[in-house]
Design a protein around this ligand. Structure first.
Ligand SMILES: [Zn+2]
Length: 320
């Protein structure tokens, strides 16, 4: 698991948060686009869909990161992969903080839905049941990028919020709500049990209705929770239960991000300009003072007096 998650590369770094993307993401995106172009003759619809998935996940994770910073937990990395994202956030000082951070992802996602709805309205796109219904098959997708983002946001965030199991937000929220009642260790164990029951139930009903997405998702949830439960019983924290023990990052030298490098360069240029300006003014002042020594204050031209004033202002403004 650890090494698998390492297969990622950096996209950019902004506000001290590095955004990485898993190699599987472009691979699956390419396959998806290919499939759309083969089956529907619409490669662009497939591209819309993958871009929507990317943006929806990113918005969701930024929600977690912002909340983590608000409660003082810190956040420094987002990893995006086809099944969702992971925000690397620290521990909140309080249990309430943990619940807030877990909730913030879905809440931000739903806010993004509202924004998309507004943008869609402004663009004059028809808003129908299809706008919100992600289960309308291929018919439902591709006609509007904004509405695709809206639909994917609805799915990503509803699934995250409503699945009471690790490693999804619902599981973290449930744990947080149980901690005051059961204590930390038993709250974690209870969540894994709820997750196993939920996953098996989902798998069963998915098979009954011959719906393969919920079936596979149910299996994945149940298996994740069984593994988490075994880890807990063995005295270890599940990797993703709470963020602290979850650190998949390989040791690599830290390189500042694109914007940080740009700011550093700009600052260096500013300093070089200042140093040059300072040298120029000092030289000028020296010459004028020489003249004062030789010929007295009265000999200074108005221009030289102005230069002295300007110099003293410069040194006052840029003291130290
Ligand atoms: Zn989340």
């Amino acid at each position: 698991m650890q090494s698998f998650l390492n297969w990622s590369f950096r996209l950019y770094r902004l506000f001290g948060i590095e955004v990485r993307i898993h190699w599987l993401f472009p691979v699956i995106a390419a396959l998806e686009i290919l499939q759309w172009s083969k089956e529907e003759g619409r490669a662009d619809y497939g591209a819309y869909l993958m871009l929507s998935l990317f943006l929806s996940t990113l918005i969701h994770e930024y929600g977690h990161c912002a909340a983590a910073r608000i409660v003082g937990a810190g956040a420094d990395q987002i990893l995006l992969w086809p099944l969702g994202g992971l925000a690397m956030v620290g521990h909140s000082p309080t249990n309430r903080g943990e619940v807030f951070v877990a909730l913030a992802g879905p809440i931000t996602g739903f806010l993004a839905c509202a924004v998309c709805l507004g943008v869609s309205g402004v663009l004059g796109e028809p808003i129908t049941w299809n706008t919100f219904n992600p289960f309308g098959g291929k018919e439902a997708w591709g006609h509007s990028l904004v509405q695709d983002i809206l639909k994917l946001n609805l799915i990503v965030n509803a699934v995250n919020l409503l699945t009471p199991a690790f490693p999804l937000d619902g599981g973290r929220i449930l744990t947080g709500l149980l901690v005051p009642l059961l204590g930390y260790a038993r709250a974690l164990l209870t969540t894994t049990l709820v997750g196993i029951i939920f996953g098996i139930g989902l798998m069963g009903s998915g098979m009954y209705f011959r719906a393969w997405h919920p079936t596979i998702f149910g299996i994945w949830v149940a298996v994740s929770c069984v593994i988490a439960r075994m880890q807990l019983k063995a005295g270890a924290m599940p990797e993703y239960a709470y963020a602290e023990s979850f650190d998949y990052r390989p040791e690599r030298p830290h390189r500042p991000g694109f914007f940080a490098r740009w700011r550093m360069k700009r600052e260096a240029r500013r300093r070089a300009r200042m140093a040059q300006e300072e040298r120029r003014i000092r030289e000028q002042v020296d010459n004028i003072l020489d003249k004062v020594k030789r010929e007295g204050m009265e000999a200074l031209t108005p221009r030289e007096r102005a230069a002295l004033n300007e110099a003293s202002k410069f040194f006052r403004d840029n003291e130290g």
